[in-house]
Design a protein around this ligand. Structure first.
Ligand SMILES: [Fe+2]
Ligand SMILES: [Fe+2]
Length: 320
């Protein structure tokens, strides 16, 4: 991709941020009666799209308990979302320090950071309204792992934007599959998801464009390192986002066996895990990161599979 094409893309993404953007306190009618949170509302029950939600152990729990777990889990996902958004905002600010005058990356990345600030407010408001005060986001080990982001921002920005994508794709994939699947969701959650998906589309485009512009021009040795780091980042970040924290497991006394099967022992959950990365596999192929060694790593991590033919293509199933 030429520099001027890249700059044109950034320009149109920036214009998109002006014409289609949301404010959590303007575009969400928090006090509307249909958004009210009720602890006997079966729409909080975790959907089959969730690896734990589809597990027979969960389905065998009394309805009130399924609802309570669903509420806590929904708030927990939003909390992890906040953790990631905040890391991204800080990383972007760090990255922008060295962007020169006149570079369109400055404007676009700042729009993106502003949108992510709105997402953190939107998620926190939703958590507050769900009402579980003990909800936590990322675990302690995960928090330590995220320290890898700081040297990457400065010395290995292609890795930083790979991490950005690793944070965005799993949440986006899950939210899109819920919205598409026509799951009967609690309306406040649904509204928050719609807004998030609408704005994330742009953010994910930017990460894709950045990598398309920069990865092919990398030194071959560094590119080989990235080709292996890329699936590892995806796999690690999927766990950070999709696996419920210890506090949740303890609170609802989920048997270890159930957790093992849901994340990612059973064939169904393994399929979900593979499907999350259809788009990122396509990108890796596109930008020259799918060499034989990288392919082995994708397979060893259980996230190999077909690449999407276009962005957000629904997962293809083998015809039986
Ligand atoms: Fe976001
Ligand atoms: Fe984002």
């Amino acid at each position: 991709m030429t520099l001027s094409t890249y700059h044109d893309v950034l320009q149109s993404l920036s214009e998109g941020s002006v014409t289609k953007h949301f404010d959590p306190y303007v575009d969400i009618d928090w006090d509307s009666p249909e958004f009210a949170v009720h602890s006997d509302d079966p729409r909080w029950i975790m959907p089959a799209e969730d690896p734990l939600g589809r597990h027979p152990w969960y389905k065998a729990q009394p309805v009130e308990r399924q609802i309570a777990m669903g509420m806590w889990r929904q708030a927990g996902i939003a909390k992890v979302g906040i953790d990631f958004e905040q890391l991204l905002i800080r990383g972007l600010m760090q990255y922008l320090i060295s962007v020169p005058n006149g570079d369109p990356e400055f404007r676009y990345a700042t729009h993106e950071a502003a949108e992510e600030c709105n997402h953190t407010m939107m998620f926190q408001e939703m958590i507050n309204r769900i009402g579980y005060r003990d909800v936590v986001g990322m675990g302690t080990i995960d928090r330590k792992l995220t320290l890898a982001i700081w040297p990457a921002v400065k010395y290995f920005p292609e890795l930083f934007f790979t991490m950005v994508l690793g944070g965005e794709e799993p949440i986006d994939h899950l939210q899109k599959s819920l919205l598409r699947g026509g799951v009967d969701m609690q309306p406040m959650v649904e509204r928050v998801m719609q807004i998030h998906v609408a704005e994330e589309a742009r953010h994910i485009s930017f990460a894709h464009e950045y990598l398309k512009r920069n990865v092919p021009a990398m030194h071959p040795a560094t590119r080989s390192v990235l080709s292996v780091a890329y699936p590892v980042v995806m796999r690690v970040m999927l766990s950070m986002i999709a696996t419920p924290p210890k506090q949740f497991v303890d609170k609802f006394q989920i048997p270890a066996e159930v957790m093992r099967e849901a994340y990612w022992g059973s064939p169904e959950s393994r399929r979900i895990k593979r499907d999350v990365f259809t788009d990122v596999r396509a990108l890796a192929t596109d930008i020259g990161l799918m060499n034989p060694v990288a392919k082995l790593v994708w397979r060893a991590l259980g996230i190999d599979g077909p690449a999407a033919r276009y962005r957000s293509e629904p997962p293809r199933r083998a015809v039986a």
